[in-house]
Design a protein around this ligand. Structure first.
Ligand code: GSH
Length: 202
C-alpha cells in the first residue's frame, strides 16, 4: 500500500492507523498548493479529487476519504482492536463519531485556514467549533477515549483535528480536557512514528 499525505493534514489520520496496525507501506508527500508529489508527479492524475489522503491498495485501486480509509485499514487487522466489528451497534457508534469529527469539526476548521474566508465566516466557524468542543469534553468526563476505555480509529481522527488548533491560533485552554486527551494519545509509539514520518517531530 502507498499513502499520499501532506504533513500534518488529515492524511495524518490514516498514517497513524498504518503505524498502529503495524502495516508495511510506502508513503509520499504531496504539495497541496502545486499538487505535485515529492517525486514530481501530478497528484491530480493519481487522485482526481486533488486532496489527501489517498491510499493506493496493493491491487492498484485508490481509496480516499479519511473515514473510509481508516475503517478499511482497521478491518485488515482485527486483532489490533482499532474498530468494533462491522454490523454491530458499537461499529455504528464509531461511525457516528467519525461523521461528527468529519462534518462538525474537520470541516469547521476549513474557514480558519482559508485566506479567502471573511472574519465573519471565521468567527462563525469558531462559535460552532466551541459548541462542538463542549460536547466532546462532556463525553470525555466519563471516557478516556471516544469509544470508552478503548483507543480506536476515531481517536486518531480527533487527535489530528485538535492538533490544527495551534496552526490557526485557536485557543483550546477553555477546554483543558482536550489537551489532556491529546497528550494521552500523543505519547503512543505509533503516533510518534507517524509524526516522525511526516517530519513533524525529530
Ligand atoms: N472529504 C475528504 C476531505 C479531505 C481534505 O479536506 N483534505 C485536505 C487536507 S486535510 C486537502 O487535501 N485539501 C487540499 C485541497 O482540497 O485542495 C476526506 O474526508 O478525506
Amino acid at each position: 500500500m502507498k499513502l499520499y499525505y501532506a504533513p500534518g493534514a488529515c492524511s495524518l489520520v490514516p498514517h497513524m492507523v498504518l503505524e498502529e496496525g503495524g502495516f508495511s507501506y510506502d508513503s509520499e508527500a504531496v504539495d497541496l498548493t502545486t499538487k505535485k508529489t515529492a517525486s514530481g508527479t501530478d497528484f491530480n492524475a493519481i487522485n482526481t479529487k486533488g486532496y489527501v489522503p489517498a491510499l493506493i491498495l496493493d491491487d492498484g485501486q485508490i481509496l480516499t476519504e479519511v473515514s473510509a480509509v481508516i475503517q478499511y485499514l482497521a478491518d485488515q487487522v482485527p486483532e489490533k482492536n482499532l474498530a468494533p466489528k462491522s454490523g454491530t451497534l458499537e461499529r455504528v457508534r464509531l461511525q457516528e463519531w467519525l461523521s461528527f469529527i468529519s462534518t462538525e469539526l474537520h470541516k469547521n476548521f476549513s474557514p480558519l485556514y482559508n485566506p479567502a474566508a471573511s472574519q465573519d465566516m471565521k468567527d462563525a466557524a469558531i462559535a460552532t467549533l466551541s459548541n462542538r468542543f463542549d460536547f466532546v469534553v462532556n463525553h470525555l468526563k466519563d471516557n478516556d477515549y471516544l469509544l470508552g476505555s478503548d483507543y480506536s480509529i476515531a481517536d486518531t481522527y480527533l487527535f489530528t483535528v485538535l492538533s490544527w488548533a495551534g496552526f490557526v491560533e485557536l485557543d483550546l485552554s477553555p477546554w483543558p480536557a482536550l489537551g489532556e486527551y491529546s497528550n494521552r494519545i500523543g505519547g503512543r509509539p505509533a503516533v510518534l512514528s507517524a509524526l516522525r514520518n511526516e517530519g513533524l517531530i525529530e
